[in-house]
Write a protein that binds this ligand. Structure first.
Ligand code: NAD
Length: 305
């Protein structure tokens, strides 16, 4: 297969000073993209700041690539996009990767633990995406990657704040995939599991060693490539595997026997096993199909009335 290249493309990778973002930036830089290496350079709880994005820029340049550092907070994402436009005149790819943790058991969670996590993950993805959107529309091209987590898709102890934000990004992607479709803006979501400072001490050491971010970077880079047609996809990847994840809906059940019957708490209880029976469950998309499904239900009841 011909090498998939990114020549002429400008990629912004947020939180690219270390971990997964660094692996994405290095790979894109090695394949011809001009890269904005954004990183605030704080601790894993979001405190402090530094210029450790510089080392990644140096590494890209040392290998013959083109990159510039950006130290802005993702919450001010418009500044990061400005760095791309000022330095390279365009922006084609945005990888919303920056993230922090403020893990606490739920009862101990403070407003600050909650707000900071929502701000960095949700607003920190909203602001750069919004700032790039106009350019994406004008050039009829854009590739955006959101970063979710299994903590969001299935939950995790001590991460109520983080799980909420990470699942929120899936909803964000779902709507942007609809709004971006006619402008060739593809929005997809990576659910990574990798060795980084966020997982150090959580993953067992031998597993930690094997879970290299470099095994996930090609998945993200492929989803950022111009040849990638998918949109609204959730891709879970680790250890050189990738899976697609989806929300599915059961076939369901009427909650009454005829349209003139009332729906009662008791009738709901009676029908519940069928409501939650996931045999033949299906992913419902796009939104038009949700409406079609409603109309079908209405028709069924009219036929039975
Ligand atoms: P990491 O800590 O190595 O990388 C995150 C980077 O984001 C850091 O370099 C940090 O300085 C930067 N950052 C944090 N807040 C920022 C802000 N406000 N503005 C700009 N930069 C900021 O961790 P990682 O594991 O590489 O995480 C990358 C992303 O992947 C995060 O969104 C994380 O939640 C997500 N994630 C990681 C895993 C995993 O297994 N490592 C699992 C699920 C999700």
């Amino acid at each position: 297969m011909d090498q998939l290249r990114f020549d002429g493309r400008v990629a912004v990778v947020t939180g690219a000073g270390g971990g997964l973002g660094k692996a994405y930036a290095l790979l894109l830089g090695s394949r011809g993209a001009k890269v904005v290496v954004n990183d605030l350079g704080g601790g894993k709880d979001g405190a402090g700041k530094s210029t450790f994005a510089d080392a990644v820029v140096k590494e890209i340049k040392d290998k013959g690539g083109i990159a510039v550092a950006d130290y802005n907070n993702v919450i001010e994402g418009e500044k990061i996009i400005k760095t791309a436009l000022d330095n390279f005149g365009r922006v084609d790819i945005l990888i919303n990767n920056a993230g922090i943790l403020r893990d606490r058991s739920f009862q101990k969670m403070s407003d600050q633990d909650w707000d900071l996590i929502q701000a960095v993950h949700l607003k920190g993805s909203f602001k750069p995406t919004l700032a790039a959107w106009e350019t994406f529309k004008k050039q009829n091209f854009g590739r955006v990657i959101m970063t979710s987590s299994n903590a969001g898709l299935v939950g995790n102890f001590g991460q109520a704040n983080y799980s909420t934000a990470k699942m929120g990004l899936v909803g964000f992607m779902n709507t942007l995939a609809l709004e971006g479709a006619k402008y060739n803006i593809k929005i997809n979501t990576i659910v990574p599991t990798a060795a980084s400072r966020l997982t150090e001490g959580i993953l067992p050491p031998d597993m930690f060693e094997a879970m290299k971010p470099e095994l996930i970077a090609p998945v993200v880079a492929y989803m950022a490539h111009e040849s990638f047609e998918g949109t609204g996809q959730i891709i879970d990847s680790t250890l050189g595997y990738a899976h697609k994840a989806q929300l599915v809906r059961s076939v369901g059940s009427p909650l009454r026997n005829t349209p003139s019957d009332p729906v009662t708490i008791e009738s709901v209880k009676e029908k519940w096993p069928k409501v939650v029976d996931m045999t033949n469950a299906k992913h419902v998309s796009p939104i038009a199909n949700v409406t079609i499904n409603l109309v079908e239900r209405l028709q069924e009841f009219e036929d039975r009335a």
